[in-house]
Ligand binder design. Structure first.
Ligand SMILES: CC(C)(COP(=O)(O)OP(=O)(O)OC[C@H]1O[C@@H](n2cnc3c(N)ncnc32)[C@H](O)[C@@H]1OP(=O)(O)O)[C@@H](O)C(=O)NCCC(=O)NCCS
Length: 160
């Protein structure tokens, strides 16, 4: 059943617009213990140095996943990436990373960085599978929902 659904998911990708902020906030709430609100996401989408891509269901136009990165010179850092809980493990994040790398490549971004909680197995597997390598660790960087702290791993991938 899962592989059938995977085959039939028809998607399209495009740059994020301010009008997508509400849908992004809903997905962010699905994925993070401390979600960003609509105005924060809208502010990021409208920032000159922030690049956002989304993957949408081609039939209903629903946002399935999005990614936001901040660009500085020829480097960029992923600020967040989230996929709707109901559509995970269907290649949405994979397609998002491919689309985002194309977008950033056109802007002459040669290296992409990110931080990921060391216990976020899904995200770590995703990034490793897509060519990111670990280059550092920030002890206690993330606050967990239970009040504890979790290390962040810093990862990077060359795009150009
Ligand atoms: C991490 C996240 C974005 C992955 O999105 P997704 O659309 O489900 O990922 P994909 O289906 O594209 O998976 C691509 C590959 O990543 C790996 N992967 C993704 N989710 C995984 C999981 N739960 N367990 C193990 N590996 C996983 C697999 O290698 C997978 O390939 P496969 O399905 O062929 O085995 C999604 O789980 C999410 O939104 N999580 C909450 C927010 C979050 O943690 N964001 C990252 C912050 S750094």
């Amino acid at each position: 059943m899962i592989s059938f659904l995977r085959r039939t998911l028809q998607t399209e990708s495009r740059s994020l617009e301010a009008a997508d902020a509400m849908a992004c906030a809903r997905l962010h709430k699905d994925g993070f213990a401390f979600p960003w609100d609509v105005s924060e996401i809208e502010r990021l989408i409208l920032s000159e140095n922030v690049i956002g891509d989304g993957i949408f269901d081609s039939v209903g136009g629903t946002l399935l996943g999005f990614v936001l990165s901040r660009k500085a010179a020829n480097e960029a850092e992923i600020l967040t990436i989230a996929v709707a809980a109901a559509h995970r493990r269907r290649g949405v994040a994979r397609d998002l990373l491919i689309k985002h790398a194309e977008t950033l490549g056109l802007l002459r971004v040669s290296a992409l960085f990110l931080e990921v909680a060391q216990d976020n197995e899904a995200a770590l597997a995703l990034y490793r599978r897509h060519g990111f390598t670990e280059v550092g660790r920030r002890p206690g960087y993330y606050r967990a929902a239970d009040g504890g702290r979790t290390d962040a791993l810093v990862m990077t991938k060359q795009l150009l």
